[in-house]
Design a protein around this ligand. Structure first.
Ligand code: ZN
Length: 288
């Protein structure tokens, strides 16, 4: 396994981790101050300061993007809704390309309307069909411009509102169906928070192999967890065996970034960004 005990070159910060710190330019400055060489920004944060400004910052500071968050949200009630989702994903691919991201992360969506609090359907099969068709269409475009797509299975508690792809096996089935060549155009994100509980995790990471393993997101599962979305823990503060999971990733050939993604409204988002980043660096060396 790679020795990270004195090496943070492969540490990346998902900028949602510093949502409390202000706009993306402030967050990027903080990351650079801490010698971090890769980030994964969210589209809303990029749009808030502008794509051109973000590109300028990323290029000027020679930052890498371990991913771009995010495309997806494919299911809709009618053809117009599905078309709008495809258009938006095409724009997300273009933005990821301009920023030279490693991949565009796909959070595929759940039941139409559910994210806004008013689900308009109970048809999970239809939602999953929209997801398959949406990825197929987006893949065709993404492949033409050379931007890999990475399906992120989310914990089943998000099945209704955020993603009806909930296990690595399910995500890899989609990859195998839609991208038979398995040359790296379509793969998966392994986010420890979403998949740590899965009894098939080790075998599915092996199945994915280096061509399909496009990103590795880390944080920890707190006991108790008090909020479904924004109570993620710092690495080492919860019950996920991150070194074990990392060993599986590396055995399967993964050599990319470790992207820290901590959504934490009552703890880390309230702290000084320098404290958050110092802790990320230390825990990346000691708890991963
Ligand atoms: Zn993630």
């Amino acid at each position: 396994m790679r020795d990270f005990s004195r090496d943070h070159r492969w540490l990346s910060i998902n900028t949602a981790t510093l949502r409390g710190a202000g706009t993306l330019d402030t967050i990027i400055e903080a990351c650079v101050r801490h010698g971090i060489r890769a980030i994964s920004p969210w589209r809303d944060q990029v749009h808030a300061i502008g794509l051109e400004r973000t590109t300028e910052l990323v290029r000027g500071l020679t930052l890498e993007l371990s991913g771009y968050c995010r495309g997806g949200m494919f299911p809709a009630l009618d053809p117009a809704g599905r078309r709008a989702a495809l258009d938006d994903n095409r724009r997300a691919v273009d933005e990821a390309k301009q920023l030279e991201a490693t991949c565009l992360v796909l959070v595929v969506g759940g039941l139409p309307g559910a994210l806004g609090g008013t689900p308009q359907s109970k048809d999970l099969f239809a939602a999953r069909a929209d997801v398959r068709d949406g990825i197929a269409a987006t893949l065709e475009y993404a492949r033409s411009v050379g931007m890999p797509l990475a399906i992120e299975p989310l914990h089943p508690m998000y099945c209704a509102d955020r993603a009806c792809v909930n296990t690595l096996a399910q995500a890899l089935d989609l990859c195998d169906e839609l991208d038979r060549s398995a040359g790296g155009a379509l793969g998966v994100v392994v986010d420890a928070y979403h998949v740590w509980w899965d009894p098939l995790l080790k075998s599915q990471i092996e199945r994915a192999g280096d061509k399909r393993l496009l990103a590795f997101h880390i944080c920890d599962w707190l006991v108790p967890t008090t909020d479904l979305l924004t109570d993620r823990g710092m690495m080492g503060d919860g019950v996920i065996d991150l070194p074990l999971m990392r060993s599986w990733m590396e055995d399967a050939g993964y050599r990319g970034f470790h992207e820290v993604e901590i959504l934490s409204s009552n703890n880390w988002w309230r702290r000084d960004p320098d404290e958050v980043l110092t802790t990320c660096r230390v825990r990346h060396q000691t708890a991963c």
